[in-house]
Structures are given as C-alpha cells and as structure tokens.
Design a protein around this ligand. Sequence first.
Ligand code: PEP
Ligand code: MG
Length: 763
Amino acid sequence: MLNMLRSIVQEVNSAVDLDEALSIIVTRVQEVMETQVCSVYLLDGTSNRYVLMGTKGLNDDAVGRVSLGYSEGLVGLVGVREEPINLEHAQEHERYRYFPETGEERFESFLGVPIMHHKKVLGVIVVQQSTSRRRFDEGEEAFLVTVSAQLAGVIAHTEATKFIAGVTATGEKASDVSFKGVAGAPGVAIGRSVVIYPSADLDAVPDEDTDDINAEIKHFEASIDSVREDIKQVGLRLASKLRPEEQALFDVYLGMLDDNALAGEVIRLIREGKNAQWSLRKVINDYASHFEMMSDAYLRERAIDIKDLGTRILGYLQENGQEVRTFPDDTVLVSDELTATMLGEVPVEKLKGLVSIKGSGSSHVAILARAMGIPTVMGLTDVPLSQLDKKEVIVDGYNGDLFTSPSPELLGYYQSIVAEDRELDESLQHIKNLPCETIDGHRVCAWVNTGLMADVLRSLDQGAEGVGLYRTEVPFMINERFPSEQEQIICYREQLEAFAPNHVTMRTLDIGGDKALSYFPITEENPFLGWRGIRVTLDHPEIFLVQMRAMLKASEGLDNLRIMLPMVSNVNEVEEALHLIYREYHEVCAEGYDVAMPQVGVMIEVPAAVYQVKELAERVDFLSVGSNDLTQYLLAVDRNNPRVASLYHSFHPAVLQALYRIAQDSREAGVQLSICGELAGDPAGAVLLTAMGYDALSMNASNLLKVKSVIRGIDLSWAKQLLEQVLMLDSPYIVRSTLDLALKDAGFNRYLRPSRASSDKNQ
Ligand code: PEP
Ligand code: MG
C-alpha cells in the first residue's frame, strides 16, 4: 500500500496542471481500490459549491457541470462534518441527492472523505460501488483518508497555479486573487513581482522557453563536458581508495551523461523550445521519480545520485549563463526563502515589497525587512513560485495577504492606505528630536536595532538615541567568507561613529537557527534548539576573538561600544565569554590602542535565563530581553515555521508574566534592563514594557516615532493600570483586544493598522 501511495503522490506531483492531477488521482485510486467509481469534488470559493472536477466511472460529461451546494447531498455532508462517511446503502440516506447526468444510480455503496488543507475543506474525494458489494471496509477507508491527506497539498498548489493564471478552479476569470500568508513587515506595496531563485537548486528552476535553441544546446553540452571532467577527476583521485564495484559507479554516472541517455533527453526537450535549465529539471525529476518508485531500497536510494548529478550540471549552466538582472522601479521581490543576500541584490530605491514562501513574521529576514521599512508577506506555502514572475501584485504586509490580478477597486483601496501611511509618517516628524517621555515625566530610552548600513541612516533620520542591538551576523551573512579583522573594524567603526556619543550595543555573532552562513553551513535536525549564538562562538574562539578584537579596536577614541552575548542559557557561558573578552581587551591595550573597557551584557532569550536574572546580573553590566526568541521558546513555537505562526503570540499571558518577572528581578538586582525584541516596537507592547519598568526599548527604526508618539501621549499611571488589568487575563486574544481597545479609547486608533485594514476592506 505504502509503495502504491508513494507512486500516486509522485505521479500527481509531476502533473502539469490541476486537470491532469485530478485525472491521475481518480484513475489511480479507482484502480488501486478496485472500485467502480472514484470522483473528486472541489469546493469553488466563489460560488461556495462543490463542483465535480474529475471522475473515473461516472459520465465524463458531468465534469465541471454537476455541482452541489455547500451542505447539499452526501458530498456536502462530508464537507460540513469534516470526516469520512461510509454507507452501504447510500440511496437510503436522507441526504442522498441524485444527478441523472452522472449516471450514478447504479452505485449503492458510498465512501466520501474530505480533502483538508490547513484546517480548510478543499473538496471531497468519493469512491462508489454497485449493489453487488457491501460496505467499504476499515482498511479501504483508512487508505482513502491517507490518499486524501497526501493529495491535499498538491491540490492546493495546483489550484493556486490556476488562480495565478487568472482563472478559478471552475474555469472562470479570476480577479483580486488572494493568497494568505503571515504578516512579515507592515505596510502596503503595489508593484511588479520579480522571482529570484537560489543558485543550483533544481526544484527552484522555473518553466521557461528559449528563443535560441542552438545556443542553448551548446551551452548545455559545455556544462555536460565540465561535469564529465569533474567526475573523471574525482574518480582518479579516489581510485586507490575505492573497491572496483564502487569505482564502477563513476562509469555509470559518465554513461548517464551520454547522448543516448539523460543528456540526449534534455537536448530533445530543448529542441522543443524549452530552455536548458528547465529541460534538465524535467528530465532529472523524471529519472529520479522512476528510481524513487522502485520497490528495492537500494535502487530507490539511487534517486539521490541522479539529483546530485543534475545539481552539478545546473551549477555549470548557471555559472556560464549568468545574465545581468534588471529590476523594475516598483520591484516586489519574491523567493522561496528570502535571505539577507537577496535583499541586497535589488537597488534599495527600487525595492518596494517582499514575499517569501517559507518563513514567518518572526524570521530574521522579516525583521530585516521591518528595519528597512519594506512591506513583507511571509509563509505563502501554497503559492507556485515559478508562476508568480512579472505579475502586477499587491503586498499587504499588515494582514499577510498577497493579491494578483487586482481589480481597479482593490487597487484604489490599497492606494489610499499607502497615502494614509505616508501622511502618518510625515505627521510624526516633528517629535523626532523630542524625548521619549510620558506626560507625567517618566523617561524611557528609545533605541534602535540595526544590521545594515541602510538601517543606520534611517535610524539617525528618525532621531534614535542609541543602538540597543546591532546584529553583527548581518554583515557576516552577506559575505562569501568570514570577514577579516580589518573588514570587521571598518564595518563596526561605521556604526560606532554614526551614533557617537550615543552607545552602540554590538551583539556577538548570533548564527544558527534560521541564520545561516553559506560558507559555514550548520545542518541540524532541530536548529533552534541546537548550535546557536554563543554556543557556536565559544566552540570557535578563533572566530569570537577576532570579532572582539575588531569591536574593541573600532571603538578607539569613541568609547561608545557595549558588547552583548546572545542565547545564554548558563552562567558558565557568560564567565567563559567574559574571560575571552578581558583577555582580548588587555591584548588590544598592550598593542597600543587606547580604548575603554566596554560594558558587557547578556540577552535574556531562553526560559532558563528568566529564572537566573539575579545570577546573570551579578556578572554583567546590563541585561536585554530578546523577546522574539523568548516567545518561541516559552510557547514551543518555531518562529520560522508558517504552519504554527498563528500560535506565536507576543502577548501571550505566559510571555507577559515572564517579561514582568524579569523586570522585577532586574530592579532588585539593580541592573539596567532593556528589550530588543520586536515587542518593543509595537505601540501596545511599548506601553506595557514601560509600565513594567524597562529602562530602554530598542526597536526597528520604522516604529520609533509611532512608539514615541504613544509614550508621549500617556501617563505612566494609566499604563500601570492597564498592565495590572492585562496581567489578570488568561488568553492572548483577549489581551490583544483589551490593548487595542485601550489604545483606541486613548486616541491612538491610527496606530492600529493591522486590525483596521482588514475590517475596513471587509465593510
Ligand atoms: C530576539 O530574539 O528577540 C532578538 C532580539 O534576537 P534575534 O531576533 O536576532 O534572534
Ligand atoms: Mg534572539
């Protein structure tokens, strides 16, 4: 059964469109289950009806024509109940509906299973059998449930492809086609999409044609020659270490590159007008799925070799054929997984919006986007990337929506939001040099988080009073190797000089989790619980020490450096790091640099640290809460996983209790306390944190003036009352709505864009 299932899923995966996918599903399921009928009904979002979209066994003519209301008939019942319905005598059931055009009167037994994707019913898959047989047995029911679960994602994906092409599942013209993701960075962008792909990733290669077949073939043949040469070289190098049967594998590889095998098939596709990269992807995938379907485990494993070979060829194809990309003035950059490097590829003035298929609002790339003020949608898991290139799109970064084929009405609506946002920004400019202080005189420091040089300019422009978090991993991520000490000095000096005499808090290299260095890959089953932050740098003092030296030297004459340690879960880590920092400090001084010993602090971002505030405070000069990670670890919700993004609540009562406890313990310990997670930049979050007694709020520059404006418009006593009220609540939703209501009543409605935008649009 499992093999059959695997092979159905693979066949469906390689279908070119939804119709072909459905036809494969009904044919193969009917065959495997040995039933007389298998049909798929899809729920059409516009008419809210189940439409018969594919069948094996009923009249073909009924496809696309027969439909049932949302709760009509047995199909509707399966959808409403969201569970399988298995009947021996379907016609006796009160919900049975008969459609003469389907010719289904002969079929008595009925088994219908909902096709569910992300809690939503996409449709219903049904098998039927004539009276001569009895009820479908438990095993058959379980099989259909498994097929349905496996196919739901594929159906969602192929359905989305049709939508992007401008038609609905039932073939009508679609406009305002929307895709739901999660909010990445606030704001609205209206522009043209540009899809970019990571290099040498076969699955990311788009379906494209060529207009110069001969050049494409030559280019492909040159790449094959290069790979052939590589394989020979590796074979020679390993000759003495391999047994003859292992060496034979290299001959098999070389054989596959011949004209009468894989290479020949690719050339045939190019001759049909497809470009070399797509042809290669198609042939490699066909070969690999052929192997993957084999029942012999050893042969199945060979699919990996084929893919490896394909990746190598693709590497050469991309290297030799690199074109210079041009970006439209209103670029909305789209990628499977956006990275800091990709953001850097587009000139800043042209980059209007961002869309990432993977990741969520708490992913680091979303944080970078917020810092740059670029509206972003993340986690659009079912969007077929290759179809999304060069489309007119709207990115709603408040609600996490992406729209294609927008109607003039929708465009008008979003243009008015863009204009309102601009007005709001302009209206706040006058407070940029005023203190972040409540009406009754309580002052908090308004700091910024930085990473790129662009953030520095934005931050200074918004009146930042210092840097509470400089993410030093960002310059590391956009490099192709570890930056040298000298390169780091230049980079750090820029930050320190820009903000002097205000301080700059430099966090030591915080890689791991979702922050990867291409030149220092960390592959782990569970990266957020793995080798991250200080765990990596303490294991690699050669990296840590160079960074410390560079920071210290860069601060000469400015003395506004603070050093901060990420991901601390144990006091020993702090002691070890302090030891290295002191050692480096003395060496730098001995070399003749005149620098002051910087303050050193620890991030409170794992639950263990919450309970050791006192012990940590005894060892360092300041503490700073990393609420992004603290939330992820307290709630056990991977901040990078869109599937659980709806469970990531910054205002979860448990998070608020932890933040409150940290504030109380820090006060008792007499240590300075700041927060540099995204919560600090949320106006409601800022109010609560101020009430809790946080000394400084560090946020992305885009939120600075909004937060300052709210703090300047309230009394500390009012904030404390609100905090008291909120700390008694038990649900994150009620906390959020209580805060929204309080801010609205206090006259800050215009800062509550996310909830406002969605309710306005639906009115
Ligand atoms: C945090 O975890 O809150 C934080 C500020 O660090 P980062 O988002 O870079 O992990
Ligand atoms: Mg963190």
